[in-house]
Design a protein around this ligand. Sequence first.
Ligand SMILES: Cc1ncc(COP(=O)(O)O)c(C=O)c1O
Length: 280
Amino acid sequence: MGDILNKRINVKELLKKYGSPLFVVDESKIISQYKRIKQGFTKLYPNTEISYAYKANYLLGICKLINKLGGLAEVIPGFEYQIAKLIGVKGNKIIVNGPYKPIEELSSMIKDNCMINVDNFDELNKINEISKKLDKKVSIGIRINAKIGKLPWSKFGFNVESGEAFNVAETIKNKFTNLTLNGVHIHIGTNIINIDLYKEAVLTILKFVRELKNKLGIKMNYIDLGGGFATEACPAEYDFKDWNVPNIEEYAKAICKPLNNFFKDENKKPTLILEPGRLI
Ligand SMILES: Cc1ncc(COP(=O)(O)O)c(C=O)c1O
């Protein structure tokens, strides 16, 4: 990457130099795609951060490029987290998701002030123990799940409809006094071409946010809607003619309109975080 920007590429020469198979990444395309997403959303909701989902492609050059552009890193513990650290992403620009976060890594993430989205009770207990040991107040987010369209996606996070997510928030407030609930995260799937599902996800989160504020007096600093934005590459299970991919403006409108309505009277609106992987 880097040296191919704005140049004609002679594939034969590259193969001679690097051997085969060879993957060539177009840096300028990643830059323009990142900027299109960022601008598409900030135009409607200025306080938006783009967090690149490393699982989409964790080549060091790509991850470094996103960091250079000001994007955040969305990682799971282990390999992806190590890459973010290796290339020098600051802790407060690393979002940690995933259903299993080993205690040693959690400690490092907490020391580095990473944004951790808690997936389950076991993890909450671990974070509480670490925060006591380090004598450090820790801000956390929670991952929630809900029935969005046909997708319950109930294996990750705390369920909203059953009241589980609210109970967790209440427990954090009353029992885990070293912890502050700061954000809420949802990820509704991948390659989502139906923008109504995003509207539904935002409305579900906003209803939950209202409940937290009214019943527990807790205000969210960020709303993380995960990834899932589709690309032009038609998946095998779809007929090509049915693969109508929304553009970024359409996704942005579906997500930002309800947010702007809901927070119209707030001076400081929460940060909207998006975690596009394949779209970048
Ligand atoms: C939590 C989370 N965020 C972001 C993504 C990226 O998804 P996509 O590549 O569909 O944007 C994934 C993918 O599974 C994910 O699990």
